[in-house]
Design a protein around this ligand. Structure first.
Ligand code: UD1
Ligand code: CA
Length: 447
């Protein structure tokens, strides 16, 4: 049976109090929409339709960046989740498989859970809803069960006092055949306290038609719906706690795992040590036997085996760190390749550069890669030595084993094995220092 996914992402998310559409807020470095789309990709859905509305241009641009094959449906006014699903029907006109509806604000639904819902469909259930036992049911819709049959979903605002006490809640994820889903939606009206067209109403309509509705249950951590910044922080905390456990289980040592932050796509090898307060932004890969010392910030970088990073290092997108290289404190590296065994120990900025194997970049070296309009690239040869406080004014090429005197401002290429010094020559005047100080002291005494 083929499957299509509809992701609802048209709502404003007013409870976020934000200029950014809710589904563009991030958890684990990835937008909420990105999480839902990732889940859709993992079950290899035949088609994915994202329903956009509020700030739809921005949301559809994001969706198409994540997956150019995704289809976009537009919901003109945000009349509720049922109305949103209706907007996707045109894109699924000739589709006769199953449809799974995901909410764009529910980031952690797992592909295995969607698989279980599809299995339940195959066992003869016409409509399958994903539910969970909520610790605090609050604003979630309640699933009304009778003899294992899901008879109705009642939104929190429309619950009776007795219904409000029910802990079994609606995640929003629904699976049904495209035909059944859209025909049930045709009957949904907006007769409820908010005047919206609720997707959840398809359950009672299905029951009235004699169709068979079931609820599958999963853990609450999987179905957390993000409505507020508080929920966003809660989602981040859930993700981080799982990611830390997974890292510890897979051979990573962390003295204070609660202070280390991962992204959804962080890739870690084994026998890695991560000291406290390290932050991983998106797209970081760390190979085996790497040590990342305290207070380092990494994003968009690749660290090869045996390298030592930090403390207080910043690796920005495009930093490629070779095996056994050393990147020390207050060093920032951007869009640069640092080859095997090179050392950049202290207080340096390396941008748009290639640092050869075994090269030593001294304290305070700055790559002046930007002229105010263009970015330029520099190359430092193998085993070259760049003295402290040198400015490399890109573009320049420094040859293998070249030596640059400290404090130089290098604006021209330096061939291999050469010594370059580019600073004012030192003058030493004998006796002058003492004479000067004596004069100053006598001036002070006269005051
Ligand atoms: C919804 C469910 C509720 C469930 C909860 C789970 C309904 C009526 N209620 O409530 O039973 O417990 O999710 O998290 O379905 N959206 C649109 N267009 C709209 C309205 C919403 O695309 O017109 C999208 C939103 O962008 C969001 C999702 O649908 O991604 C859910 O909408 P939201 O308003 O957050 O629903 P809840 O009140 O959380
Ligand atoms: Ca919600």
């Amino acid at each position: 049976m083929t499957t299509a996914i509809i992701i609802l992402a048209a709502g404003q998310g007013s409870r976020m109090v934000s200029d950014l559409p809710k589904v563009m807020h991030k958890v684990a470095g990835v937008s909420l929409l990105g999480h839902a789309m990732r889940c859709a990709a993992q079950i290899e859905a035949e088609k994915t339709v994202v329903v956009v509305g509020h700030q739809g241009e921005q949301v559809s641009e994001l969706a198409l960046t994540i997956d150019p094959d995704v289809e976009i449906a537009k919901q003109k006014t945000q009349n509720g989740t049922g109305d949103a699903v209706r907007q996707a029907s045109e894109k699924l006109q000739d589709f006769d498989g199953d449809v799974i509806v995901l909410y764009g604000d529910t980031p952690f639904v797992q592909p295995e859970t969607l698989q279980a819902m599809q299995d339940s469909r195959r066992n003869g259930h016409d409509v399958v809803v994903l539910g969970f036992e909520a610790e605090t049911p609050g604003g979630y819709g309640r699933l009304i069960m009778q003899n294992n049959i899901l008879t109705e979903i009642v939104e929190a605002a429309d619950c009776t006092d007795a219904q409000r006490k029910i802990g079994f809640c609606n995640s929003g994820v629904v699976c049904a055949s495209a035909k059944t889903l859209f025909s049930l939606l045709d009957e949904v009206a907006d007769k409820n306290s908010s005047g919206e067209v609720y997707l959840t109403d398809i359950v009672s309509i299905a029951n009235a038609r004699g169709l068979n509705c079931a609820a599958i249950s999963c853990d609450e951590s999987e179905t957390l719906g993000v409505n507020t910044r508080h929920d966003l922080a809660k989602a981040e905390a859930i993700f981080q706690s799982n990611a830390r456990l997974a890292a510890l289980e897979n051979g990573v040592t962390m003295m204070a795992p609660e202070t280390v932050y991962f992204a959804l796509d962080t890739v870690l090898g084994r026998d890695i040590t991560i000291e406290p307060n390290v932050f991983f932004g998106p797209d970081v890969t760390v190979e085996n036997q790497v040590t990342i010392k305290a207070n380092s910030h990494l994003e968009g970088c690749h660290i090869s085996e045996g390298a030592i990073i930090g403390p207080f290092a910043r690796l920005r997108p495009g930093a490629e760190i070779g095996g056994n290289a050393r990147i020390g404190n207050f060093v920032e590296i951007k869009a640069s390749q640092v080859d095997q065994g090179a050392k950049i120990g202290h207080l340096a900025y390396v941008g748009d550069a290639h640092i050869g194997a075994g090269a030593n970049i001294g304290a305070g070296v700055i790559f002046c890669n930007y002229d105010g309009v263009f970015k330029h690239t520099s190359v430092i040869g193998k085993d070259a030595f760049i003295g402290s406080n040198t400015a490399i004014v890109s573009p320049v090429n420094i040859g293998d084993e070249a030596l640059i005197g400290s404090g130089s401002v290098i604006t021209k290429d330096v061939p291999a094995d050469a010594l370059a010094i580019a600073r004012a020559r030192q003058e030493t005047k004998s006796g002058m220092g003492k004479r000067l100080m004596d004069r100053l002291r006598s001036l002070k005494a006269k005051k």
